[in-house]
Design a protein around this ligand. Structure first.
Ligand SMILES: *[C@@H]1O[C@H](CO)[C@@H](O)[C@H](O)[C@H]1NC(C)=O
Ligand SMILES: *[C@@H]1O[C@H](CO)[C@@H](O)[C@H](O)[C@H]1NC(C)=O
Ligand SMILES: *[C@@H]1O[C@H](CO)[C@@H](O)[C@H](O)[C@H]1NC(C)=O
Ligand SMILES: *[C@@H]1O[C@H](CO)[C@@H](O)[C@H](O)[C@H]1NC(C)=O
Ligand SMILES: *[C@@H]1O[C@H](CO)[C@@H](O)[C@H](O)[C@H]1NC(C)=O
Length: 389
C-alpha cells in the first residue's frame, strides 16, 4: 500500500517513508512504545469481544446489548461505554500525542468522529485494529457481500415502506404481527409470529411505522452521523499540503487530526478495481482520490484540494452511529416477539457486528419461543464454558 501521512491542517505531523523498513524505527522515535502497547490494548479488547463466537456456538443468547457486552468483558466493558476513547486511552497510559496523531485520525477515517466522543470504545478498538492489520475488500465491490448473503439465504426481497401492526386475537395468548409493505405495485403483506427488524430504525433510516402497540415502540431519534464520500478523478494540489514540488509528494493516504481548520476527515488514493499489479507504485499524476468529510465539499474546497480534476462523484450517507455518552443501547426486544438488531451498532459499526446481532436475535427468539430460559442472559459464561471442557 502507499505511504500515509497525518496532517493537522498546517503540516504533516507524521509521514511514512516510501522505504517501508524505515517506518518501524520512525514510529518508535515518534511514539515510543505506544504503538506496541496499542496492539496489546486492542488485542485484549478484541479477545474478550471474540468470546461471543463461543457463546453463540453453545447457543447462548442475550436479551439486551448491555447484557451481551457485560457477558463478554464484565464491568470493564460497560464502564468504558461511559468514557470517551480519549479518556479510556489516557487512563490506560497512552500519550496524548499518540492519541491525537494516531488514534484520532483512525477514528476520523472510520467513523467521521474524533476521540472526544464518548462511548464507542469498541468502535475505537475496531478502527485501530484496522490501522494495524491488512484489511481486504471484495473484488467487484463490497456490496457483493450483501447480494451474496441475500442469495444464499434464499430471502425474498420486497422493496417498499413497511407498517407493522400488532394484532390481538381474543382468547388466544399468541400474539401476531401483521407486516404490510407498500410497494410500487401496490400493497402486500402477511401475518407473522416473530418479526426481526434488521435495518436501522429512525425517520431518516428504515422508516417503519408501528401500529397498535401498547406501550408504543419508542422512536430512535437521529442516531446516525452523516459522512460524505467524494470520489475525484484529478491531480492533487500538493501545495495545499505544503509540498511546492508535486514530484516530492509520495503519499497515497492523508489522515487528519481533530482541527477546526480542516474540512476533510481523510483523503486517499482509491486502488483500481481488479488486480492491475501496480501495488506499491508511486501515485499516478492523475488518479481517483476518495475524500471523506462531514459536510459536502464546496467548489472552492475542491479547487484547493485538487489542482485539476475532470470527474466528481458525491455520496452522502448516514454511515455510522453518532456516538454519545452515556452510551445507552436501543433494546433488542422491542415487543414480545419483535426483535431489533441494529442497536449493537452503537458499540461498533461493521458488517461483523450485524452478523453477531443477527445470530443473537435468532437464538434469543428460539429460546424465548420454547421457554429455554437457561440459555438466555447467563452471567460468567466465560468461566462456565471453560470448566465444561
Ligand atoms: C454510565 O452513566 C450512567 C448515567 O450517568 C449511569 O447510570 C451508569 O450507571 C453508568 N454506567 C457505568 C457502567 O458506570
Ligand atoms: C457528526 O459528527 C461530527 C464530528 O463529531 C459533528 O461535527 C457533527 O455535528 C455530527 N453530525 C450529527 C448529525 O450529529
Ligand atoms: C403507498 O404509497 C403511495 C406512494 O407513496 C401512497 O400514495 C399511498 O397512499 C400509500 N398507501 C398506503 C396504504 O399507505
Ligand atoms: C416516515 O413515515 C411517516 C409515516 O408513514 C411519514 O409521515 C414521514 O414523512 C416519513 N419520513 C420520512 C423522512 O420519510
Ligand atoms: C493549491 O493550494 C494553494 C495553497 O493552499 C492555493 O494557494 C492554491 O490556490 C491551490 N490551487 C491551485 C490550483 O494551485
Amino acid at each position: 500500500s502507499h505511504p500515509s501521512g497525518v496532517y493537522n491542517g498546517e503540516e504533516f505531523v507524521f509521514e511514512e517513508s516510501s522505504w517501508s523498513f524505515i517506518n518501524r524505527p520512525k514510529k518508535l522515535w515518534h511514539y515510543g512504545l505506544n504503538p506496541l502497547r496499542m496492539s496489546m490494548w486492542v488485542e485484549d479488547i478484541l479477545d474478550k469481544f471474540m468470546r461471543i463466537y463461543r457463546f453463540q456456538m453453545h447457543d447462548y443468547a442475550f436479551s439486551s446489548n448491555e447484557r451481551l457486552l457485560h457477558a463478554l468483558g464484565g464491568d470493564d466493558f460497560t464502564r468504558l461505554l461511559n468514557q470517551t476513547i480519549d479518556e479510556a486511552m489516557q487512563k490506560a497510559g497512552f500519550s496524548q500525542k499518540f492519541i491525537n496523531q494516531v488514534v484520532c485520525p483512525a477514528m476520523r477515517v472510520n467513523y467521521g468522529q474524533g476521540v472526544t466522543i464518548p462511548g464507542g470504545f469498541l468502535a475505537g478498538a475496531v478502527s485501530l485494529a484496522g490501522v494495524q492489520s491488512g484489511l481486504w475488500s471484495v473484488k467487484g465491490g463490497n456490496k457483493l457481500v450483501c447480494s451474496g448473503l441475500i442469495y444464499s439465504a434464499k430471502a425474498e426481497v420486497i422493496p417498499g415502506t413497511v407498517v407493522i401492526t400488532e394484532l390481538f386475537s381474543t382468547g388466544d395468548p399468541v400474539k401476531l404481527y401483521e407486516v404490510t409493505y407498500n410497494t410500487s405495485s401496490g400493497l402486500t403483506g402477511d401475518t407473522y409470529d416473530i418479526v426481526v427488524i434488521a435495518a436501522p430504525l429512525g425517520r431518516k433510516m428504515a422508516n417503519i411505522t408501528f401500529r397498535n402497540f401498547d406501550p408504543p415502540i419508542p422512536e430512535f431519534l437521529n442516531p446516525y452521523n452523516q459522512t460524505i464520500t467524494t470520489l475525484v478523478h484529478g491531480r492533487l494540489n500538493t501545495s495545499f499540503f505544503g509540498y511546492r514540488d508535486p514530484q516530492a509528494f509520495h503519499l497515497g493516504a492523508i489522515f487528519t487530526t481533530d482541527s477546526p481548520k480542516l474540512f476533510i476527515n481523510s483523503l486517499n488514493l482509491e486502488p483500481p478495481v481488479g488486480d492491475t499489479g501496480t501495488g506499491g507504485k508511486l501515485p499516478l499524476p492523475s488518479a481517483v482520490w476518495k475524500v471523506f468529510s462531514n459536510e459536502e465539499l464546496t467548489k472552492e474546497q475542491l479547487n484547493l484540494l485538487f489542482s485539476s480534476y475532470d470527474s466528481v462523484k458525491v455520496k452522502p450517507w448516514l454511515a455510522y452511529p453518532q456516538y454519545s455518552a452515556p452510551e445507552k443501547f436501543p433494546p433488542i426486544v422491542l415487543h414480545e416477539q419483535l426483535y431489533y438488531l441494529n442497536g449493537l451498532e452503537r458499540a461498533a459499526s461493521a458488517m461483523e457486528m450485524s452478523a453477531i446481532a443477527a445470530r443473537n436475535a435468532a437464538l434469543l427468539a428460539f429460546h424465548r419461543w420454547h421457554g429455554h430460559s437457561a440459555r438466555v442472559d447467563q452471567e460468567d459464561l466465560h468461566e462456565k464454558l471453560k470448566t465444561e471442557l
